[in-house]
Structures are given as structure tokens and as C-alpha cells.
Design a protein around this ligand. Structure first.
Ligand code: GDP
Ligand code: ZN
Length: 460
């Protein structure tokens, strides 16, 4: 059911389009070397060993297109496991177009999106989870998301998952064998051993599921809404966090009509800050739209930073305003008292002993570091302390499969504790194996058969 044919030789520009010092055109497939030989003037590549570099010219008939360096990889010692040629040309769109057109005329086909990695997977160089991590790695834009993707690409939780799944396959095979023997009272599969293994697998599955919450934060960032009355200093605070003048700061109440979003990376965690129009009743239609959007946005936030002006806000008012936000469960609130530089001690004192309240002065930039630390602490509470562990799930597909696996493992465990029939046990176990196998892409019903045939000489 694969739309692509591995007998094709594919070609694509592997560096971003546009002018640059170098552009890299990559070929992969059975005729990668032969096609390049037809247009490359230098050493004959067919006679060269893999992992070598060759200088020469690319020619379209008599016309020289460019001076290039060719890297030669012979399968299976290449990214895709096929013969791969990488041509480094000068980085101009014009040259790249000419080179691609030339290679297409000589029999290559344009690669589909992700096709090199797809081929690496089809040839077994990577499992699915690793292949997906390649995409994550390319998209990674913080130190932490990069680290997590790199770890996964290099094996990450795949290995652990595959190993435990392999042991489960063994048990499943034994259960199938019992079924083959029919109604007689044969038990090949040691039930106690099975329970221990199931619990081990489920512990891993649940640990991975818990890590997904944090993985999601690492990959997608934490949406943090900055809300508060007009003139509380929201735009000023956002600017202080961003260290630049992105938002419009104004003396007139109600100036920030639109939502302004920006991202700040604090120790590798991306916080997506949303500055909002002031939350208040207004007769201005444009502004009212902003207020409405604020209410919506606040509902979707992971964290709300509620900013208030210390010189104009009483504790009871703050409490009422935060309650009025009507936040769904799970959305955290951090109250931030602003304009500490203007506030009298009598105004600031009532807010000081509160654990969820921070006092600062966004204008002169006092207390911003403390705010960053408080934001980070919020995420740490959500599980960052466990990142020391090697495995973090960031992929929604993996999380879904893990949830399925968890449910089916439950069913198997219940079946075992209630002495359920072997038939049902085997079926539940198969479902769990399928869910787990979907993560790494090893799912196929051949699994069971192979396991039976390699471990037992049934001779049927
Ligand atoms: P917003 O409507 O909540 O976005 O408020 P702005 O960020 O536009 O700020 C409103 C006014 O308060 C501006 O004149 C700011 O310069 C001023 N302001 C903001 N933060 C501080 C602060 O910490 N100290 C002082 N003295 N003024 C501030
Ligand atoms: Zn503003």
C-alpha cells in the first residue's frame, strides 16, 4: 500500500531555497550513481568507493552548469540505506533549477516530502518514532526541544519499548500456542511471569504518558496570557520580558486593542506571551472585540499572569477580578502587582505575604528576573523535575497509542486476575501489542508468527 516505489531514484534540494554559499542536491536510489555519472565530469563515480568526495563540473551537453563537489555514499552505508549522492553546488536558485532539471531529464524523479526519511524507515535504518523525531529535530527551536528530539532520533524510548514489547510478543505466542492445543488443560504461558511483565510494561507506558504533558510544553511552549485592567502595565511588562519594544505602550487607557503575542525562551522552555486588551466593560466596538478575544484567549491559556496596579488596587478587588476571569480548572494564575516603584508601603504591604502574588515594577524593570523564575517554577511543578530521565514523549500520535496500550494492558491484567479465558486474554494482548507496535512502526501480525516459528519447532 506504499505510494512510492523504491526502484525509483529520487532527487531533491536538501538545503533551503534562496541564495546561499552552497546548495545541496541529494539523490537516493538504485541509479543515483549512474545518473550522476552521466552529467558529472570528474572521476567516474561508479568506480569510486563510498564515503568519498569528488570535485568536478556538472555539464548539460557541452555547457558547464557549475563547479561542484560530489559526496558519494554506497548503500547500505547511507542515510536511506540506498546509494546516495549529494551534490554541493553554488547556492543560487538558478543553478539549482538547472541542476534539478538536468537530473530529472536523466531519469531521477522529484522526491516527495519526507521521502528520504521514509526510505530510511522502509529500509529499517530508523523506526517510526525515530523518523518522526527527525522532523521534530529540524523544527526544534529551543535547546530543550532540540535535546529531546535528538535523543528520540538516536533511539530514545524506542529501544526500551521494543524490548518490553518483544517479551510480550513471546507471551502472546505462548497463549496462541495454548489455543492451538484446543480445550486440553495446557498452560505454556506462566501466568505469574506474565503479570510481572505486564506491570512492567504498563509502568513504562504510564511514565511515558506522564512525560507527554511536559513534552507538549517543550515542543509547543506554554501559552501565558497577560491580563489585567487597562493601564496596569501589561504592555510594559511584555516589553520587559521580551527586552524590546514590541507592544505599544501608551498613557491612554485601552490602547492595546489587539492581542500581541511573542515568545520568550526561559531555560529552554518557550513561553508564548499574549498581551491582551484590558478586561473591562467598554462602549468602543473595536475595543470590545479585543476584550471578547481576551476572554476567549484566557480560557485557552495554560497560565494567566494577572497584572494589577498596586497604587490603585485593593486586595478584595484583586480577588474579585481574578474570580471574574472564570478560569477553567487546570489553568494556573499568577497575580503580579505592578508599579512597585510608585506604591507606598501601605499599598504594597497587604499583598506581600501571598504565595501566588509577585510584586515588581515593569517600567524600571525591577523584579523581572524573579518573575522569570516564578514562571519556570510553574512548569517545574508540572513535571520538569523528571526530565533528568531519558525519555520524554512529545508526539501526539505516540501519546494516543500509549493511551490505547494502557487500556488494553488493563484489560489483560483484569482478565488474568479473574481467570478469564485464554481466547480473550490473547485478543486483549494482541490489541496492546498493536498499540505499542504502532509507535515504533513494527506492528504487523507477522510478529506473532515469526515468534512462534523461531522459538518452537511446531512442525505443523
Ligand atoms: P496596559 O494598558 O496594561 O498595557 O498598560 P501599559 O503597559 O500601556 O502601561 C500604562 C502606563 O503605566 C504607561 O504609562 C507605563 O509607562 C506605565 N507603567 C507601566 N509599568 C510601570 C511601572 O512599573 N512603574 C511606573 N512608574 N509606571 C509604569
Ligand atoms: Zn497594553
Amino acid at each position: 500500500d506504499l505510494p512510492l516505489s523504491l526502484s525509483d531514484t529520487i532527487v531533491a534540494l536538501s538545503t533551503p531555497p534562496g541564495a546561499g554559499a552552497i546548495a545541496l542536491v541529494r539523490l537516493s536510489g538504485p541509479r543515483a550513481i549512474a545518473i550522476t555519472d552521466e552529467v558529472f565530469h570528474g572521476k567516474r563515480l561508479a568506480e569510486q568507493p563510498g564515503h568519498t568526495l569528488h570535485y568536478g563540473t556538472l555539464r548539460d551537453g557541452a555547457q558547464v552548469l557549475d563547479e561542484v563537489v560530489v559526496s558519494l555514499y554506497r548503500g547500505p552505508n547511507s542515510y536511506t540505506r540506498e546509494d546516495v549522492v549529494e551534490i554541493s553546488t553554488h547556492g543560487s536558485d538558478y543553478i539549482v533549477r538547472q541542476v534539478l532539471a538536468l537530473l530529472l531529464r536523466h531519469g531521477a524523479r522529484l522526491a516527495e516530502a519526507g521521502e528520504f526519511t521514509k526510505r530510511a524507515f522502509l529500509h529499517g535504518a530508523l523506526d517510526l518514532a525515530q523518523a518522526e523525531a527527525v522532523a521534530d529535530l529540524i523544527a526544534a527551536d529551543s535547546a530543550l526541544s532540540h535535546q529531546v528530539a535528538l535523543r528520540q532520533m538516536r533511539g530514545g524510548f524506542s529501544r526500551e519499548l521494543r524490548e518490553l514489547r518483544g517479551q510480550l510478543v513471546h507471551f502472546a505466542a505462548l497463549l496462541e500456542l495454548e489455543l492451538d492445543f484446543g480445550e486440553e488443560d495446557v498452560e505454556f504461558a506462566d501466568r505469574t511471569g506474565l503479570v510481572v511483565l505486564l506491570q512492567q510494561v504498563q509502568a513504562l507506558v504510564r511514565r511515558l504518558l506522564r512525560s507527554f504533558e511536559l513534552g507538549n510544553v517543550i515542543k509547543n511552549g506554554v501559552t501565558t496570557v497577560i491580563a489585567g485592567r487597562p493601564n496596569a502595565g501589561k504592555s510594559t511588562l511584555l516589553n520587559a520580558l521580551l527586552n524590546e519594544d514590541r507592544a505599544i505602550v501608551s498613557e491612554v487607557a485601552g490602547t492595546t486593542r489587539d492581542l500581541i503575542e511573542d515568545e520568550v525562551s526561559i531555560e529552554g522552555i518557550r513561553f508564548r506571551f499574549v498581551d491582551t486588551a484590558g478586561l473591562r466593560d467598554t462602549t468602543d466596538v473595536v475595543e470590545a472585540m479585543g476584550v471578547e478575544r481576551t476572554r476567549q484567549r484566557v480560557q485557552q491559556a495554560a497560565l494567566v499572569l494577572y497584572l494589577f496596579d498596586l497604587t490603585t488596587t485593593l486586595p478584595a478587588e484583586l480577588q474579585a477580578e481574578v474570580e471574574a476571569l472564570n478560569l477553567p480548572a487546570g489553568v494556573g494564575v499568577l497575580a503580579v502587582g505592578n508599579k512597585l516603584d510608585l506604591a507606598s508601603e501601605a499599598q504594597a504591604a497587604p499583598f506581600r505575604p501571598r504565595p501566588d502574588t509577585l510584586l515588581l515594577a515593569a517600567g524600571p524593570g525591577i523584579g523581572i528576573e524573579e518573575l522569570r523564575a516564578a514562571l519556570l517554577a510553574r512548569v517545574r511543578l508540572a513535571g520538569l523535575d523528571q526530565t533528568g530521565a531519558s525519555t520524554i514523549v512529545t508526539n501526539l500520535r505516540h501519546a494516543r497509542s500509549l493511551e490505547q496500550a494502557d487500556r488494553h494492558l488493563d484489560a489483560v491484567l483484569v482478565g488474568l486476575s479473574t481467570n478469564g479465558g485464554t481466547e480473550l486474554l490473547a485478543a486483549d494482548l494482541r490489541h496492546a501489542l498493536n498499540a505499542l507496535g504502532q509507535i515504533t512502526g513494527e506492528i504487523s501480525s507477522d510478529d506473532l508468527l515469526t515468534s512462534i516459528f523461531t522459538q518452537f519447532c511446531i512442525g505443523k
